[in-house]
Structure formats: structure tokens, C-alpha cells
Write a protein that binds this ligand. Sequence first.
Ligand code: NAG
Ligand code: NAG
Length: 398
Amino acid sequence: MRFYLATGLLSSLSLDALAQTQIGQTCVTDDVCYKLSIPEATAQNGDGNIFLSLSAPTIYSWIGLGIGPSMTNSDMFVMYTNGNGNVTLSPRYSEGRAQPQFDGDLDVELLSGSGVENGIMTANFRCGNCARSRTANFDAQDGQWIHGRRTGDAMNTTDVQARIMKHDVQGGFTWAYSSAVGGASTNPFAASDTVISGSTSSSSGGNRAMRSNILLVHGIFASLAFLVFFPVGAIIMRLGQFNNVLGVHIATQVFSWLLFITAFGLGLYYGITGNYMTKAHPIIGIVLVAMMIFQPLAGWLHHRQFMRSGQRSTISHGHVWIGRIAIILGIINGGLGLELGGVETRYVIAYSVVAGVIDLAYIASIIYGEITRSRRTSVASSGHEKINSSPGRTLVTA
Ligand SMILES: *[C@@H]1O[C@H](CO)[C@@H](O)[C@H](O)[C@H]1NC(C)=O
Ligand SMILES: *[C@@H]1O[C@H](CO)[C@@H](O)[C@H](O)[C@H]1NC(C)=O
């Protein structure tokens, strides 16, 4: 961000070296190449025109490029020959692992330089609303893209909705945006001052795999913490009917807490390096950490105090209520995280079902716990019965 701001500032001072049109090129094999140019205005606003180019030999019936890490919720661009010496550019939307469907809402415009020449088909185009994709963030340092192609006869059709055969080669790459930012909002492929910097996808493959693993572990750890262990640890404290309920509560919650903190660390790394920190999911994550950071200490103080007086203090209420709010907020934030990550719908459904069941059980246990607690407290205060009818139950009512 600072780099782009600096670029913008310097070029507005007409320093030609930095005002040049920048194109970032990624060749996924020798002669199948993708180019990207992000005008300075788009890089600064995170929204606006971008320019893309697809080129490949006509031994392929089609090639395609998609925004995001997978075919789930991906905006895509498919190119094939139109039979008149030019190409058809078909903007599509892919929901999952099925054939991407034509999407007329994607604002694309084929530009000069497109065509079929010497056995190479090329589509140079402008995309006006590519930032609509949840996974596209053009003021980030880089972004995840996917590509695919199919060897076969020329399609020779101007039909943007034409049926395409399934890809026989597909893959993904990380596009470094810093090398693609610069220039005005006109056709960069026709500009004379163009600087093309290239990378091959293999060099960024390791980084991409590592990033998607980080995201996976982040999601699994955070889901286990908020969907399973935090609520279970809290329910045990409410409803547990065995000796050493407190010990099990502490062990469960410390374990959940470590899972959460680890997930947070991974998410923070991913969010900062991918420039996602202005989205709701990471912001709520930071709020959660702020809420949870002193929960172990507050729990211990609450316990010590409760042993002494047998009653809830401010710390107790803080510990109990922060825990409740954090669990609910964490479960909601998990949903936002799934949305931000563009996760497949069936996983979102699975998450929602588990979250709903856990939520109900958890809220029921809170209500049940509060009712029995107030009953016991009132019985105790009227002098008929001591609070701790059995050893260990004292703590359970806390
Ligand atoms: C596609 O059209 C080109 C002319 O643009 C022609 O040379 C070629 O044979 C056609 N291919 C097929 C499979 O129809
Ligand atoms: C292909 O179509 C684009 C957009 O209409 C045009 O700018 C370009 O010149 C055409 N290419 C050829 C070789 O006719």
C-alpha cells in the first residue's frame, strides 16, 4: 500500500520512470501466457478498471483465467476463436466444479491487439468490475488466480454462451501485483512505454500451497475452538455432574484458548500479507482476541474470589459474560471467514448446521444453569440448605 501510494505520488510529479505502464506476465507453460495491468487509480482505490490479456496457440480449443484460489465463486474469462480471425471473450461465473456459466454482469471489453495471428490467439481486454469478486483485492501485494485449458479443435464461434469441454490442464498461481501497477486507464497492451515483468507459475507454486495450508489450519483450529471446545468447556461448567468439574473446565478452555490464539496468529499473518485486514472477518478476530486475552486470568481471579465469598463478583460476571459473547461472536465470525475465503457451499451448510446445534445446546445450558443457580442461591439465603450440598458442586454453580 505504501509502495503504491509512493508510486502514485512520484508519478504525479511526472517522474517518467515510475509513470510507465506496468504489465505483470505469468506464463503457465512456454506459450500460454496471462498478462495483468492495474492502473494506478485502481491500485489506490482497490476498485476500477484492470486490464488482462490471454494468449495461447490455437492447438487449444479454449483457455481460461479465473479470479481466486479455486473454481468456487470465481469470476472467469474464457477465450476461443470466433472463426473470423478474431477471438470470442466469454466472461463467466463459476460456482464450483461445474461448467462456468456466461455472466453478462461482468463488465468486459475486447481491445485492439486481440485476434488470431500466426497460430496464436490473443484476447486483450478491460475489466471494469473485477473487484466485485470477493477474492479480488487490487490494492493487495498479490492475489490468487486459477487457469485452465483444453486441447482440441478450434471452437470458431461468436457465441459467448458456447458449451466448453472440461479442461485437460488446470492450475493456479499467485500474481504479484506490485509488478503490474502503473499506467493510465487506457489500453496498456497498445502503450509504447510498457514494462513487462514476468514470472512463471512454478516459482510461485510453493508459496501458493503454503498460503492455502495456512488458511486451512487457521479455519480448522478456529472452528474447533469456537464450534466445539469453548462451548463444551462452558457447558461442562454449567451441567457437569462429576468430581473436578472445574479442572476439566480449565483444561478444556486453556486448550481451546491455545487453539484460538494459534488460529489468530495464522490468520493475522495471512491477512497482513494478503492485505485483508480491512475486512470484517479479521477486524472481528482482533476484537475477539482483545476480549479473550485475559480470560484465563479473569477465570482464575473469579475462582479465587468465589472460593472466598461464595458469590459472583464483577470479575466473575466479566469472565462469564465475556465468555458467552465471545463464543457467539466467534461462531458468527467463522461464517464471515468462510464467506471471505469463498468456501464451497456444502461446507458453509455443514458449518451452519453444526453452529446452530451447538448454539442451541449452549444457550439451553446457560438458561438451565442460571435457573438452577438462582434456585440454589435463594434456598441457601433463606437458610434451609447450604450452597454446596456436595463437595465440588460449589464450583459448578459459579
Ligand atoms: C476455424 O476457422 C478458421 C478460419 O478462421 C479455419 O481456418 C479453421 O479450419 C476452422 N476450424 C474449424 C475446426 O472449424
Ligand atoms: C478483434 O476485435 C477487437 C475488438 O472488436 C478489435 O479491436 C481487434 O482489432 C480485432 N482484431 C482483429 C485481428 O481484427
